[in-house]
Ligand binder design. Structure first.
Ligand SMILES: [Zn+2]
Length: 177
């Protein structure tokens, strides 16, 4: 178990193609633990493998957000697939561990259902609303190389790039997706 450095945009590893997991091996379980440690250290509520530089289709969401269970282990979503989204949308500020201190208002479907494999190798589905729906879509985007900056115009993108370049010495601070 280890806290791994967070890959910060515009690092190209955030755009790398990710590989599916065939079976849950010790290596996959070790990756889960590293993601967990890193998410906790940086006080995120979700984290995706490319954010620690590993191009594997897996993300984690904090248990309180994913299932409402306090003190439970974060939920692992392996080979996730969003199988349904609602017609209604809402717009809300999003943060991301790979964009420290940056918040971007993003409009997304307000409900989303994801199908994924768990650490036990079994397939499960979770239907999310509100913050969970947003977290599922945000983390799933990471596995397809899509990032918060893809939702903003070129001017705002340039501002974000400058801000992150200025704050290259990243310290964990507040809760971010
Ligand atoms: Zn993110």
């Amino acid at each position: 178990m280890a806290v791994r450095p967070i890959v910060v945009w515009p690092d190209s590893r955030l755009r790398e193609e990710t590989k599916s997991v065939e079976t849950v091996t010790d290596e996959v379980r070790a990756l889960y633990k590293d993601l967990w440690d890193t998410m906790v250290a940086y006080q995120g509520i979700g984290i995706a493998s490319p954010q620690i530089g590993v191009p594997i289709k897996m993300f984690l969401i904090d248990a309180m957000v994913a299932t409402g269970e306090e003190g439970a282990d974060p939920v692992a979503f392996i080979n996730p697939e969003i199988i349904a989204t609602g017609n209604e949308t809402d717009k809300s500020d999003e943060g991301c561990l790979s964009f420290p201190g940056v918040y971007v208002p993003i409009e997304r479907p307000s409900t989303a259902t994801v199908r994924a494999m768990g650490l036990d190798g079994e397939t499960f589905e979770i239907a999310g609303t509100e913050l969970l729906a947003r977290a599922i879509q945000h983390e799933n985007d990471h596995l397809t190389g899509k990032l918060m900056v893809d939702f903003v115009g070129p001017l705002k993108k340039r501002m974000i790039k400058r801000k992150l370049a200025r704050e290259a010495d990243y310290e964990p601070d507040q809760a971010e997706i």
